[in-house]
Design a protein around this ligand. Structure first.
Ligand SMILES: [Zn+2]
Length: 442
């Protein structure tokens, strides 16, 4: 029996992951991601694909042509999701309802939160099969095991697939500088039990100039210092699904004796993951209050949002209270929050700690923030606010990647989620250069 691997998309771009492993009787798909970039490497505008039919999206290559998954063809037995980022899950609504979707409980929760608050895709409950990390399960003739990995969203898994005496590992997205470096050690241990025939490994940062891996703990220290130095209100801008980062900001706020003001999206993440991630409960006594933006119920109305509107009322805080004693708070912030009610709340020396990729600051939605807290004080330099990026990557840096591949010692390495596939060959041995759609025999 031969085992075939086809990367339908992802060999030469970041995002849009879609990988197939198949034998004569079983087909599984690892991730069904939407692409982040066009073939000319220009990023997709988030509105560009709105309202387009599946046929139109297939015609211009946004959806890859995969029989049985996106076009008619032989049955696919399962879709396995590595984590809840749209470049790994975004094409799920275009797949047949009868294909079961395997994912961790954390991923299903992250998809629930992001579907309600960020218009991202849902994981339909009736399709979800929960993967428990470390517990092997069977799909046709394949034995699959999920392993926890650390990345910039909660609930990520790598998958090891064994069939016909062959072992293949798909890493999904991962890093070694988060709050749980032990996850990587466990993964390496599991991969050493039997030599891997193939590792399909993410390489987002393989060609990045900056190879420094500021750890999440070091970042917490940097955030703590900035909060300590701030004279007044501190805004925190990051994805609430990035639970490591949420913990870093919450702890940094508490270490400075400040209250962490969550928005309802963030409060929902605290609520969903309270047990799974050992997060504090949303209570004033935990140092958490909840701000309800005034467009909370009108933007993307949803039944669950209506329920949540009541869930956190006991911890609610409004802008008047925040701006009356602004030095007491670290407040979750997104430029889209700044609706009419912000009009009267002018404040000098505001510090905004932007904890995402710095390129997001070039987007137009920061104009209002800059106008209100920075440009407003052009003639009074001592009152000008600060907008600082304090961030560390969700992806493994080159030196950690080289060390990971050295420790695992797979017979062959297939880079994915990277623009630098050819750089791999300069750094590690046994790299396969394959193109999207090419069939690989293991
Ligand atoms: Zn990711």
């Amino acid at each position: 029996m031969s085992v075939e691997v086809i990367v339908h998309r992802g060999t030469s771009e970041i995002g849009g992951n879609c990988i197939e492993i198949r034998t004569s009787s079983t087909r599984i798909i690892l991730d069904v991601g939407q692409p982040l970039f066009k073939p000319n490497r220009e990023p997709y505008d988030r509105w560009e694909t709105r309202g387009k039919t599946k046929e139109e999206l297939l015609a211009f290559g946004y959806i890859p042509s995969v029989p049985g998954l996106f076009t008619p063809g032989l049955n696919v037995d399962a879709i396995l999701l590595s984590h809840a980022h749209p470049d790994h899950t975004g094409l799920l609504p275009y797949t047949p309802d009868e294909i079961p979707v395997y994912a961790s409980r954390g991923t299903s929760k992250m998809m629930l939160a992001s579907s309600v608050f960020a218009a991202q895709v849902k994981l339909p409950r009736e399709r979800h099969v929960e993967v428990i990390p470390g517990m092997p399960f069977q799909i046709g003739e394949m034995t699959v095991t999920g392993y926890d990995v650390d990345h910039s969203i909660f609930g990520c898994l790598a998958y090891r697939v064994e069939v016909d005496g062959k072992a293949i590992l798909y890493t999904g997205d991962l890093r070694h500088h988060g709050r749980k470096p032990g996850m990587m050690n466990k993964l390496i241990e599991a991969c050493r039990e039997k030599q891997l025939d193939l590792i399909i490994v993410e390489g987002t940062n393989i060609e990045a100039d900056d190879d420094s891996n500021v750890t999440e703990y070091e970042l917490e220290e940097q955030i703590t210092k900035q909060i300590a130095d701030a004279a007044t209100l501190v805004f925190a801008c990051f994805s609430p699904l990035h639970v490591d980062r949420l913990v870093s900001f919450y702890k940094a706020a508490r270490r400075n004796g400040r209250v962490f003001v969550a928005d309802v999206y963030t409060a929902f993440v605290f609520y969903l993951l309270q047990r799974d991630a050992h997060l504090p409960s949303v209570e004033p006594s935990s140092g958490i209050r909840v701000y309800y933006p005034d467009n909370f119920l009108t933007s993307r109305p949803n039944k669950l949002k209506e329920t949540l509107a009541k869930e956190f009322l006991h911890a609610r805080i409004d802008l008047d209270e925040i701006f009356t004693e602004p030095q007491k708070y670290v407040m979750m912030f997104r430029p889209s929050m700044m609706s009419n009610e912000w009009g009267k709340h002018i404040l000098d020396r505001v510090v905004c700690l932007h904890s995402r990729w710095a390129g997001y600051l070039d987007e137009n939605d920061w104009a209002e923030f800059r106008h209100r807290y920075i440009d407003m004080f052009d003639d009074e330099p001592e009152k000008v606010g600060k907008l600082l990026t304090l961030h560390t990557s969700g992806h493994i840096v080159r030196k950690d990647l080289i060390s990971l591949l050295g420790s695992i010692n797979a017979k062959a390495v297939l880079p994915i989620h990277t623009f630098g596939g050819e750089v791999f060959s300069n750094c590690v041995d046994n790299v396969l250069c394959v193109k999207d759609g090419q069939t690989l025999l293991t």
